[in-house]
Design a protein around this ligand. Structure first.
Ligand code: SF4
Length: 381
């Protein structure tokens, strides 16, 4: 059998040369894909409930999100997609295709295609439990581009019901480092290739707070030096891909690492978002975070400093945000020694802040707050 070359990407992903990766993944890695979390309701199937990564905040809750943003109406989705320059979206949950969720899912697909145009790419995740030919028709008619199944073994045949309807059909499952599971996965890949499925995404098995207890009880450990990878998941993935690739005809086989998911995808989406929402005095870091200076302290001293900034240092008002209890301004202005002497004289405190790229207080989480002296030492300034 002809050997197929396996390519490793800079994100730590693997795929087969000449077969490539699904369009939804291409958008995702570039950070131009939004994630629509329909709600946290699902049938809690045995095959995935034990490793489900959904947090308490989302699990079983009837709350929807687009990326990190909680939404109350459809228009909120478009606003976030525009802020992140999204070229596509994934619909997930919970399970978007239960009897209760299906009408909402169809409504969102139609709405997004109407608002963003035909080329806007939509893919959807389903456990396949309530899947039928009728649901497949409805999804295809609404405009769904790609469907990703993670069914239990006894439901593998649900995948074939989505074929020949002008949608890409594939599977996305974690790589659980367990021999019996991997043997089944090999059979699933061969079955999928045989029926004309387009791809299988093999995700590095994720160890996170919601599933950590359950994973430990089953003997799965966190990989040393990692914050979310299960030990040996990547090793099993590579072994499987090497073994099976030449046994397949057309299927795309794509291994997606935790690094790609938790670092590259997020960083790239943050970079898109930061460009659109940053204020004039904020700089964008390589990670897509916002960096700026902040001065805190007594309100009267802050008023005095504001006057100094505008009238003595001629700093443009656009570069200063006066928040009464603090003043925000570009970090490169704040690190200047003459200004720092004025700040010291007024007994004010200066810091450099790094935050997530949001302007809404509930999402603009501070990732680092460094006293100015320490910042200058660290940066050799
Ligand atoms: S179907 Fe999805 S949301 Fe439901 S338990 Fe499985 S992984 Fe979690």
């Amino acid at each position: 059998m002809k050997k197929i070359k396996i390519i490793k990407s800079k994100e730590g992903n693997f795929f087969l040369k000449k077969r490539g990766i699904p369009i939804g993944c291409q958008h995702c890695l570039k950070g131009v894909k939004g994630v629509l979390f329909l709600n946290g309701l699902c049938q809690k199937p045995q095959h995935c409930n034990w490793y489900c990564p959904l947090s308490e905040k989302r699990r079983n809750k009837k709350i929807s999100y687009i990326n990190e943003i909680m939404i109350s109406e459809k228009e909120d989705i478009i606003e976030e997609l525009d802020k992140t320059n999204a070229k596509g979206i994934s619909i997930t949950g919970g399970e978007p295709l239960t009897k209760e969720n299906l009408p909402k899912t169809i409504e969102y697909i139609e709405y997004l295609k109407n608002q963003k145009g035909e080329t806007f790419h939509i893919h959807l995740y389903t456990n396949g439990i309530s899947f039928s030919k009728e649901i497949a028709y409805k999804l295809a008619k609404a405009g769904l581009d790609e469907i990703r199944f993670h069914p239990p073994k006894e439901k593998w045949n649900c995948i074939s019901k989505a074929l020949n309807l002008d949608m890409s059909v594939g599977v996305e499952v974690p790589i659980i480092p367990n021999i019996d599971y991997i043997n089944d996965l090999q059979k699933l890949i061969l079955y999928l290739d045989d029926i004309g499925g387009e791809f299988i995404n093999l995700n590095e098995f994720e160890y996170c707070f919601p599933n950590s207890k359950s994973l430990r009880q089953r003997g799965y450990e966190l990989k040393e030096g990692s914050i979310a990878s299960v030990q040996d998941s990547e090793i099993y993935a590579l072994k499987l891909i090497k073994k099976i690739s030449s046994m397949t005809k057309n299927i795309k086989i794509h291994y997606c690492s935790i690094l790609a998911k938790d670092y590259y995808q997020l960083k790239n989406r943050y970079l898109q978002r930061a460009k659109n929402i940053k204020k004039e005095y904020e700089e964008i870091t390589e990670e897509g975070l916002l960096l700026y200076g902040i001065i805190e302290g007594n309100e009267e001293s802050l008023r005095e400093l504001l006057d100094i900034l505008i009238n003595k240092y001629n700093i443009s008002k656009n570069l200063i945000q006066n928040k009464r209890k603090s003043i925000e301004l570009p970090y490169y202005i704040l690190i200047e020694d003459p200004l720092l002497r004025e700040i010291n004289k007024l007994a004010l405190n200066a810091f450099i802040l790094e935050t997530l790229p949001f302007q809404e207080e509930e999402y603009k989480q501070i990732t680092e707050k460094t006293p100015i002296k320490l910042f200058k030492q660290e940066m050799n300034l």
